[in-house]
Design a binder for this molecule. Structure first.
Ligand SMILES: C[S@@+](CC[C@H](N)C(=O)[O-])C[C@H]1O[C@@H](n2cnc3c(N)ncnc32)[C@H](O)[C@@H]1O
Length: 214
């Protein structure tokens, strides 16, 4: 089983209900920039995000991974979604006909050949610098038929806060996804006034959205 020193941090956050990253609303950039022309969507490091419910409402089949079991159980419980739990070798799967959520470490996932599109909100930005490259490479490896990634990041002065979330600049996105066909920054917005927990530490915080084609 893959492990990184930062994994415990996430389990402690879920245990203590310190989940400021969880939004009660669907991501504004997801609603604005989603192109609904594929069926199978992968949501890496999915938490219990409502974005998955919205994606399902757009008729997608949602494949997710999240290594904290409370998060996955809360997702199905809070949204009153019936499901089955199954263990197959080292995989712990919560699923029904619309959702397939792996309660596993992202880096232990098998090839997901059905995935056509990836939605990354607060996944890349959650990872420390030493594993970001590995994340992008592994994402590419396990989604060989993925056409497109919609990526949402945060940008702020990394000197003012250690993260997570980590600040990811446009240059970092270009560097990480350099072997992809196109990387387009679609939009950005100031979000500091929406996120009181960062207001004391940061002088600015932007949310950015990118579309990456393979
Ligand atoms: C910042 S949260 C974002 C959750 C979700 N994308 C959202 O928008 O609410 C990052 C999530 O990734 C999970 N996580 C972190 N590292 C992981 C890994 N290697 N494998 C699976 N899940 C991981 C954490 O438990 C946490 O729920």
């Amino acid at each position: 089983m893959t492990q990184h020193p930062s994994d415990n941090h996430w389990h402690e956050m879920w245990r203590d209900n310190r989940i400021g990253f969880h939004q009660s609303e669907v991501s504004a950039f997801l609603e604005k920039y989603w192109e609904n022309n594929h069926r199978n969507v992968f949501v890496p490091l999915c938490g219990k995000t409502k974005d998955m419910v919205w994606l399902r409402e757009q008729q997608h089949r949602v494949i997710g991974v999240e290594f904290n079991e409370t998060a996955i159980r809360d997702f199905f419980g809070e949204n009153e979604i019936e499901h089955t739990v199954e263990r197959k070798e080292n995989l712990h799967l919560f699923h029904n006909e619309h959702y397939q959520l792996y309660c596993n470490n992202f880096f232990d996932l098998p090839i997901l050949s059905e995935v056509e599109i990836v939605f990354d909100r607060a996944a890349l930005v959650a990872l420390p610098i030493d594993i970001r490259k590995k994340y992008v490479e592994y994402l590419k490896k396990i989604t060989p038929n993925c056409m497109r990634i919609l990526l949402i990041t945060y940008e702020y002065d990394q000197q003012q806060m250690s993260g997570p979330p980590f600040s990811i600049t446009h240059d970092m996105v270009k560097d990480l996804y350099h072997d992809h066909e196109t990387i387009d920054k679609l939009d950005e917005r100031d979000v500091l006034q929406l996120l009181p927990m960062f207001q004391k530490r940061l002088s600015f915080m932007k949310e950015c959205v990118y579309q990456i084609h393979r």
